[in-house]
Design a protein around this ligand. Structure first.
Ligand code: FAD
Ligand code: FES
Length: 283
């Protein structure tokens, strides 16, 4: 069975949007969940967050990073498999004032899904903060959370638009201005999540952040995505992927995340050298 790609457009120079027909996934999706994608039968499975579901299709924001994501942007028209939805989604209920933060492609996808779902529930006041490297990498308006959050902030790492720095700067400013925050959801870069966890601990704010661990099977069998929550081993794919940031051992999580860098570099170099077609790289 193959899953047809119905749309693929660039969001900036390296991130792109993909819509794919996956009605069974779309029907069961809750914000915060992800899928494992396979571009071909023998290929690796790559985890991707879902940004939106609509009419039997799921939308994802994907970054051109290594072999599989580049191969996808270079012209694949369907997926061999779309497995999911996986992991636990958030509870869709009234929280009060919710801040949703993100500073990388996967986080922006989750931010969108969470704002869209919680913004519809009476009694929720949604503040979204999205961080981009610079003004030129900010996504087009319709792919930001601008229209679905009650308040929307953009920060840029180089200060070329909005507050300079990560979403942590803006979150701190809200707290300094006595905005009462009931809950924070977030995702993106691991060092920023580690930094924000301290602020959430000091201010005693409940939260859920998506832990980005290396996933191989996505079904709790391989142990690759293990991480430590309050000293206890958990699997990000089946127990998460969202956890209370105050309980995550971020130092260990960051160390494990880089463990396949060497193999990824080899696969990427091989793909770059052979794309266009000797045939061997299709394996
Ligand atoms: C729960 C979850 C949700 C994710 N959502 C998104 C998303 O919405 N958009 C997006 O662009 N990326 C997302 N990612 C990361 C994405 O899976 C990797 O970028 C992708 O696998 C890269 O594959 P590649 O072959 O192109 O690059 P590679 O060269 O194989 O890897 C490049 C980098 O991507 C990361 N990565 C690679 N393989 C994995 C893996 N199996 N599990 C986790 N990280 C990996 C590592 O940081 C690695 O250094 C998510 C990861 C997880 C765990
Ligand atoms: S990816 Fe294998 S146990 Fe989570």
């Amino acid at each position: 069975m193959s899953f047809k790609i119905t749309k693929m457009i660039d969001l900036d120079s390296i991130d792109f949007l993909v819509d794919v027909e996956a009605p069974e996934v779309a029907e069961r999706f809750h914000p915060g969940q992800f899928v494992m994608l396979m571009t071909r039968k023998e290929g690796e499975r790559i985890p991707m967050s879902i940004m939106k579901v609509n009419d039997g299709k799921i939308s994802m924001y994907i970054r051109k990073l290594g072999k599989t994501s580049k191969e996808l942007r270079d012209g694949i028209t369907s997926f061999e498999n779309v497995i999911g939805p996986l992991g636990h989604g958030i509870e869709e209920k009234k929280y009060g004032t919710v801040v949703v933060v993100s500073d990388a492609v996967c986080g922006h996808a989750e931010n969108y899904a969470i704002c869209e779902a919680l913004g519809k529930i009476e009694g929720n006041n949604i503040i979204s903060i999205q961080t981009f490297p610079s003004k030129k990498e900010i996504y087009p308006d319709e792919y930001l959370t601008k229209k679905i959050a009650h308040r929307h902030f953009i920060t840029t790492e180089d200060g070329s638009f909005g507050d300079k720095g990560s979403y942590v700067t803006t979150l701190k400013r809200l707290l300094d201005n006595d905005v009462k925050i009931d809950y924070v959801f977030g995702g993106g870069k691991l060092p920023t999540m580690k930094a924000v966890s301290t602020i959430l601990a000091i201010n005693n704010i409940d939260n859920l952040f998506t832990t980005r661990q290396m996933m191989v099977d996505g079904s709790g069998m391989c142990g690759s995505c293990r991480l430590y929550i309050d000293g206890e081993m958990k699997l990000s794919c089946v127990d998460g992927p969202m956890f209370d940031s105050r309980k995550v051992n971020w130092t260990r999580a960051m160390k494990r995340y880089g463990m396949f860098k060497k193999e990824e570099k080899i696969a990427d170099e091989y793909y770059e050298a052979h794309k266009g077609g000797c045939g061997q790289c299709q394996k």
